[in-house]
Design a protein around this ligand. Structure first.
Ligand SMILES: *[C@@H]1O[C@H](CO)[C@@H](O)[C@H](O)[C@H]1NC(C)=O
Ligand SMILES: *[C@@H]1O[C@H](CO)[C@@H](O)[C@H](O)[C@H]1NC(C)=O
Ligand SMILES: *[C@@H]1O[C@H](CO)[C@@H](O)[C@H](O)[C@H]1NC(C)=O
Ligand SMILES: *[C@@H]1O[C@H](CO)[C@@H](O)[C@H](O)[C@H]1NC(C)=O
Ligand SMILES: *[C@@H]1O[C@H](CO)[C@@H](O)[C@H](O)[C@H]1NC(C)=O
Length: 227
């Protein structure tokens, strides 16, 4: 026997030695997703190392149905739905009269459903200042949101948001600029919710584009005199 195998074996004996106060069996919770949308349903699997558990299950304030189960009750797979806020799920098993549990916090996200762009004022003279304002409908988690103000394909500003709010929040980004030339300027705004750190995807939503009307003084006075 190699010294490594010998060392592993003695560790195993140490770990499982009776009366050492170690857990006699383990309970695990596995979730298909760590972050979900309020309308979603997904799978959770509760399992145990106990060979013949007396009883086991999933504790949740939301709807659940059992999909599948091990013949000796070593695991149970559930379909969970209708979560409206961040929720702790708890798996529990009883083995030889002792109970163990494992829990997991599942977060609920709110995607950027609507992105609105406003140019203030909507028409300017050459040399005048204007403000680009972008607002997104309530989003969660806000700290994963980036609002990008775009002129054509160029990014003028990327705005991120701090704080870990528990309820969805509306968000706004603004950018001040000066109309330098008479060119029509094409603006839009993109909202990006990056859920990758929570085991999700990137969700993007873009506003309708808006053209800033830029007049020069001569043309403007000509137009006015024609009215
Ligand atoms: C549930 O988890 C256990 C332990 O990881 C696994 O053996 C079992 O196949 C899983 N059940 C399903 C339906 O995926
Ligand atoms: C979903 O949960 C809400 C409370 O969070 C409850 O009022 C509603 O009845 C539930 N819907 C279903 C279909 O169970
Ligand atoms: C904004 O973010 C995009 C993509 O992450 C990047 O390509 C761009 O350089 C950034 N622009 C500014 C002005 O920060
Ligand atoms: C843009 O300009 C307005 C008024 O001209 C000012 O109140 C606001 O703070 C400015 N915003 C930024 C982001 O500089
Ligand atoms: C403005 O930009 C958008 C997106 O890049 C493009 O689809 C649209 O055709 C542009 N409109 C004009 C009038 O240039």
């Amino acid at each position: 026997m190699s010294s490594f195998a010998c060392w592993s074996l003695s560790l195993l004996i140490l770990f499982y030695s009776p009366g050492s106060g170690e857990k006699a069996f383990e309970v695990y919770i596995w979730s298909e997703k760590q972050i979900v949308e309020a309308t979603e349903s997904w799978k959770i699997n509760c399992s145990t190392s106990c060979a013949a558990p007396d009883v086991g299950g999933l504790e949740t304030p939301t709807n659940k149905i059992i999909l599948d189960e091990h013949p000796q009750g070593k695991w149970k797979q559930f379909l969970v739905s209708n979560v409206s806020k961040d929720t702790v799920f708890l798996c529990h098993f009883t083995c030889s009269g002792k109970q163990q549990s494992d829990s997991l916090n599942i977060r609920v996200y709110q995607p950027p459903a609507q992105v609105t762009l406003k140019l203030q004022p909507p028409r300017v003279l050459v040399g005048e200042d204007f403000t680009i304002e972008c607002t997104v409908s309530p989003v969660k988690p806000l700290e994963r949101l980036t609002l990008s103000l775009l002129r054509g394909r160029e990014t003028l500003k990327n705005q991120t948001f701090g704080g870990a709010e528990t309820v969805p929040q509306e968000a706004t980004a603004t950018f001040n600029s000066t109309a330098l030339k008479k060119d029509g300027l094409n603006f839009s705004c993109q909202a990006e919710l990056d859920l990758r750190p929570h085991g999700g995807y990137i969700i993007r939503s873009i506003s309708e584009y808006q053209i800033l009307e830029v007049y020069d003084l001569l043309l403007r006075s000509l137009q006015l005199s024609l009215l």
